[in-house]
Design a binder for this molecule. Sequence first.
Ligand code: HEM
Length: 416
Amino acid sequence: NVNPMPKEEGLDHTLSLAREGYLYIPNRRHSFNSNIFETRLLGKKAICMGGKEAAELFYDEEKFMRQGAAPNRVLQTLFGAKGVQTLDGADHKHRKEMFMALMSQEGIKDLINLTRNEWESAIAKWEDMDEVVLYEEVQEILCRAACGWAGVPIQEDEIQARTKEFGSLFESVAAIGPNHWLGRAARNNIERWISGLVEEVRNNKLNPPENTALHQFSWHRDATGNLLDAEVVAVEVVNIIRPIVAIAIFINFTALAIHQYPEEKVKLQSSDQKYTEMFVQEIRRFYPFFPLVAARVKKDFIWNGYKFDVGTLTLLDLYGTNHDPTIWDNPDLFNPERFSEWDGGRYSFIPQGGGEYHSGHRCPGEWITVEVMKAVVDQLINQMEFEVPEQDLSFSLVNMPSIPASKFVINHVKKK
Ligand code: HEM
């Protein structure tokens, strides 16, 4: 039995998506009283869905593919062309393994040590500053740590400009006008720079340590035994550095939560790693970051009485699934305790995608993100003192990515 999907009438709703941001899909799931609905985006029929069952469906590789799913503005800024995000099947698994090989316990520990060292040097610098814009400073810390970890040499006099370029890749995706074009220019600059380094590695002019992304990716062979094009290696190295810099967004929300929930600060000061992890998980659930992920229907099928036609663009609601009242009690309450007995479901808590790391598209950087955030909680709580002056700390559920308006300003910084 095939039923029509609840449908948003009208010619096109791309503007509504831009206007409602993180809440575009949740608002309609609510008003249609349905976890799935049909609409029109970018001039074509599209399906939007959210919740645990929808996530499970979305990550079924027999039914969905990534080929042709990412709009051009995303490829030109956030993703880059021909990266792991755009691959399917055996090609995807082979490329994904290249990423997962970096995510060993040792590897993660190296990145955490780099991050802690950079953070400690930054505290010394912040002690002499009248005012510290945390978002910008943390991006720089993470850019230094990420380049070091990836084996990418970066000169002291280029660090600020490169940090801005990496930031622009994820800040420009949904932007209109000049900010969007800045992102495209940043991608061209960064890819040109990194492909040059790949050529140097291949000509033995540059020898990054063996366990780094620049080394591993430069010498990676595809399933047919060939090296990747230098441009593709550059895209994938950027797929390591860019999202590490983007952890600055979660860190801004971490600082915000510590500031706005003083009782959490007390708990964090007196509790163990387990509570810190629960706190970090709640940050990743509660605050907006990635609104959704996109795929296309791979072949015609019927699910719960609804027909999916091959090629149809399908969006999975990440933010709304993390705030789904059938999964989370009082989803709009900030409460780390909810993670004390969490079952670890792969489709219900999906700030960085769902499903499997090795065989699916789930974010390979999820462990890194959690560990970096835990290290930063320790820095903010135990290693430094600071004050938070009056400022506009509001954040939007429309602008993507969402960042507190003031970018979190602190002052009177002192090492503890
Ligand atoms: C994929 C979120 C950090 C590397 C993804 C996806 C999301 C996501 C939503 C898409 C999942 C899908 O397509 O189904 C985030 C967030 C982060 C973060 C919110 C916090 C800053 C990282 C880090 C790295 C990373 C630190 C690497 C060091 C990647 C890569 C993919 C990916 C390479 C593509 C995986 C694939 O297509 O198989 N991430 N991520 N991310 N992420 Fe992350």
